[in-house]
Design a protein around this ligand. Sequence first.
Ligand code: CS2
Ligand code: MG
Length: 409
Amino acid sequence: MKIIAADVIVSSPDRNFVTLKITTDEGLTGLGDGTLNGRELAVASYLTDHVVPLLIGRDPHRIEDTWQFLYRSAYWRRGPVTMAAIAAVDVALWDIKAKAAGMPLYQLLGGASRTGIMAYGHASGRDLPELFDSIRLHLDLGYRSIRVQTSVPGINAVYGVAAQPGVDGKRYDYEPAQRTPLPAEEDWDTRSYMRHLPGVFEAVRNEFGPELPLLHDGHHRMTPIQAAKLGKALEPYDLFWLEDCTPAENQEALRLVRQHTTTPLAIGEVFNTVWDYQTLIREQLIDYVRSAVTHTGGITAMRKLLDFAAQYQIKSGIHGPTDISPVGMAAALHLDLAIHNFGIQEYMQHGALTNEVFRQSFSFTDGYLHPGERPGLGVELDEEAAARFPYQPAYLPFNRLKDGTVHDW
Ligand code: CS2
Ligand code: MG
């Protein structure tokens, strides 16, 4: 079998997506997600201008060889753009191989290790009553694990708090990337946030009881000692995890956090290779690997990363916001079902326009996701529908502290 075409499809139904479609001379096609929020065109160009010419004529079945070729022959390795481009090719090839084998991808990855994939959803509120309503909405939607994000008195805009909480029957919609010519500036103050958050979790536990798994995303904003202090303050509320509590370029920073708290830690959504995790995994400094298949070199690389993590009893917590396309989500679900060290899967639901462009076969029942039984990934792209939604420039916001200093968003 030979690759005869590779098309890069950039579309913007509810938000921008970059999809790679590989076609073989035997009529099989495979899809891969290369969406990098706010930098989509960089990956589209990397694919179109540098990778696609290298794919034509190749044997699509040689996935590992193609991965190594794209990673090593580029000379310039790692990084979000390169690894998203490699991921798009890798996932498309796994889609083709599973279709050629006539089985859903998870079967090719070793078969099912569980009957379903526990998912968590995003609840948020500008105040406690709105937050409680949002949690109830997600319980009604079938979620059995909930991420809690909340506004903070004195701060105008905080990550993760939905513009429309969905209480009035509208879809719960939090899309951080705004279709604006420049990034929106948001304000931040860590001390206000750290004073406010423990009280929110106390109220949520009082309202919903001790069992409901609760997660929170610190979104890279605290120093190591602040993260240690917050982790400790949240211990009475038994969080499933505290995510991205501090920027982790300096992996050793987590040693200080670990010294002070037993709150489980999840990190990695902005990571792109196993190398970003070496110290974190070897020294048991995290409990969950947060990478997305789309941003970490695809299924081939993610499986190796999760196998490494498994040696340290560290589990998966794959990144699944709406800026991971249904193709990237499907790839994650097949991996989630097959691996042993599965922890939890993030699941933000895509909008109606996105579901018009991407026809998916995964299901969500009583809190559990399943990739479905169709051969391959189980996602098809409607190219005519995709063409109706051309790319629109969009940026993620950024933060400034009260004194004007740029801060992690
Ligand atoms: C977040 C993301 O879902 C999460 O855990 O951290 O929503 C993140 O902000 C976006 O993916 C950025 O594009
Ligand atoms: Mg996050």
